[in-house]
Ligand binder design. Structure first.
Ligand code: ZN
Length: 306
């Protein structure tokens, strides 16, 4: 009888308590740098929030993670995949900005390795440990399972250089609202690799609801001032020299066209009919996000004009 109960319990825990399988495969983007590339779509039940890029940098003594992803389970499975490449602990986790798809994996690394968690201050000020952010509501229970909001150990307020196992990480804040209220990008000067966070995306339209056209343009200028050969966007698969071209062109044209419309006294109610950004209509999420970006740009640039 006892044996039967044990078998039943085992069976139930194996099959009803199963976790979401993210099916993660790391892709090498440069020497000692691997990324898990997310789908070009919003977070859904099907993708479990894996619509964001999360990367690993291998140093002499440990891994450093750039953006820990949408959940504890994602982080655990990412580490499991990476540990097949090298059996190293994760010493530090850097978050690019406050959107929860980029850092909800943090508590996995904190619990498993006591990793140092680094990122912009508003991750802590905007989110309390009891909060249920977007991912908690959208992705399946067996994907969000184990995820907890934990505080960062270090806030990045100005350009900061941190060395881990001889690898130098420059963490650079944009210094004003760009894609979110506090964005940073991470630059590896020795490898000429840059992790842009969400101020750069490719293959899809960005969501600028928390951002600013002027700030985005400033962010692109800063990123262009760095000497990089590989750039990993917050979302999108292109990592070569052309990785930021789409974002750069999108915000340059958006600024130009909406500013012109304001000069021509176009009403807010007319703006999304007039400014279409046709060059980007074949990109993912155009239908969901473009009109909103145009309207937000109108509201922002209207105040700049005055
Ligand atoms: Zn974002």
């Amino acid at each position: 009888m006892k044996i039967l109960i044990i078998i039943t319990l085992l069976f139930t825990s194996l099959f009803s308590g199963d976790v979401f399988d993210y099916k993660l495969t790391p892709k090498k983007v440069s020497e000692n740098v691997w990324c898990f590339f997310g789908a070009l779509e919003p977070p859904t039940k099907e993708n479990g929030g894996a619509m964001v890029n999360s990367c690993y940098v291998k140093t002499k003594e440990s891994f450093v993670v750039i953006d820990s992803g949408p959940s504890y389970q994602f982080a655990l499975q990412a580490y499991t995949a990476m540990s097949k490449i090298a059996k190293l602990p994760v010493k530090m986790v850097i978050a690019s900005h406050e959107h929860d798809d980029h850092w909800l994996g943090n508590n996995y690394y904190k619990e498993k390795f006591s990793s140092k968690l680094v990122g912009p201050e508003n991750i802590d000020t905007a989110h309390k440990s009891v909060d249920e952010t977007r991912m908690f509501k959208v992705i399946p229970k067996n994907a969000i399972k184990g995820t907890k909001i934990v505080k960062l150990d270090q806030h990045i307020k100005k350009s900061t250089t941190i060395t881990v196992g001889e690898e130098v990480f420059e963490i650079i804040p944009i210094g004003e609202k760009a894609h979110s209220h506090e964005d940073t990008f991470i630059y590896l000067p020795k490898r000429k690799v840059l992790f842009a966070g969400d101020v750069v995306m490719n293959g899809r339209i960005t969501s600028n609801r928390d951002g600013s056209v002027i700030g985005q343009l400033k962010a692109h200028k800063l990123i262009k001032s760095k000497d990089w050969n590989v750039l990993v966007a917050g979302h999108g698969y292109i990592t070569d020299k052309t990785a930021m071209d789409e974002s750069s062109q999108y915000f340059t044209l958006l600024n130009k066209r909406v500013s012109q419309a304001l000069e021509d006294d176009i009403e807010a109610s007319e703006i999304t009919k007039l400014v279409k950004m046709k060059e980007f209509e074949d990109k993912a999420m155009y239908k969901e996000l473009n009109a909103r970006n145009v309207l937000d740009a109108y509201i922002e640039l209207e105040f700049v004009e005055e």
